[in-house]
Design a protein around this ligand. Structure first.
Ligand code: SAM
Length: 244
């Protein structure tokens, strides 16, 4: 596979609209990442996207759409929760070599793929952790309050996602979630979770590929959160009938 030859015509223009200037070799490395992702996808499921040209838009451009917010925040360290095949973190790590990224992925074989692709691309600004967010972001988990920004795409509704992401962020740091057209409804459903986790939605911005939600962590996360593994999804904060 040679994805570098399948870049859509309007890709460079869309990247320029985001204010991004690639360094030499970035496009080549992004292409190699798509090659690995789509090749491994034939062995086990990492993405529904099969076509390299679609991957440039749906995966690379969608991930890079976070760069304006990350740059405004002046981030030095970012945690990506539920990275799967490396999205959105790996395209960002390729394009932002001065920022360090920790990728959290619960499924062992996906985490192994991520480690292999990071070695292959010689990305020395990336660390892969094969574990669940609930185990890492507790007061004794070693990863609490460490990130300037926590990013996530397609890891459940905001109501659930907040408990898996906010605890990783420093106070005054942000969670940046890539969402779809239901973003406004997700914000409404997450009002109690936002309150419990001392965080607030700061902006909701439509891009050509999705909706970017920026959530600010105002104060420390109460020690009880995140709850034990599986509980955030099983009993979402603020869901009717769930007591907190
Ligand atoms: N973010 C990637 C993307 O946009 O393509 C992957 C999305 S995939 C639908 C969700 C991923 O989150 C899966 O790989 C799953 O194993 C991981 N995941 C779900 N819950 C998790 C948790 N509590 N901790 C760590 N990873 C989790």
């Amino acid at each position: 596979m040679n994805s570098i030859e399948k870049i859509p015509e309007d890709f460079n223009e869309q990247v320029a609209d985001l204010g991004i200037e690639f360094d030499e070799g970035d496009l080549q490395r992004l292409g190699e990442f798509i090659d690995s992702l789509l090749e491994t996808n034939q062995k086990f499921n990492l993405t529904a996207v099969k076509d390299p040209s679609q991957a440039w838009t749906k995966h690379i451009l969608d991930s890079l759409s976070l760069i304006p917010v990350l740059s405004t925040e002046g981030v030095e360290h970012v945690v990506d929760v539920g990275s799967g095949g490396g999205l959105p973190a790996l395209p960002l790590a390729i394009t932002m070599p001065h920022v360090t990224f920790t990728l959290v992925e619960a499924t062992k074989k996906k985490a192994l793929f991520l480690s292999e692709v990071v070695d292959q691309l010689s990305l020395d600004n990336v660390t892969i952790i094969a574990d669940r967010a609930e185990n890492l972001a507790t007061p004794d988990g070693g990863f609490r309050d460490i990130a300037d920004a926590v990013i996530a795409r397609a890891v459940g509704p905001l109501q659930v996602l907040l408990e898996l992401t906010v605890p990783f962020a420093k106070v005054d740091g942000v969670v940046i979630a890539i969402k779809g057209e239901r973003a406004q409804q997700e914000i409404e459903d997450a009002s109690k979770a936002l309150h419990i986790l001392h965080s607030k939605v700061e902006s909701s911005v439509r891009t050509t590929t999705g909706t970017i939600l920026t959530i600010r962590k105002i104060e420390s996360t109460p020690r009880a959160y995140p709850r034990v593994s599986g509980e955030p999804k099983r009993m979402p904060l603020g869901k009717k009938g769930v007591k907190h």
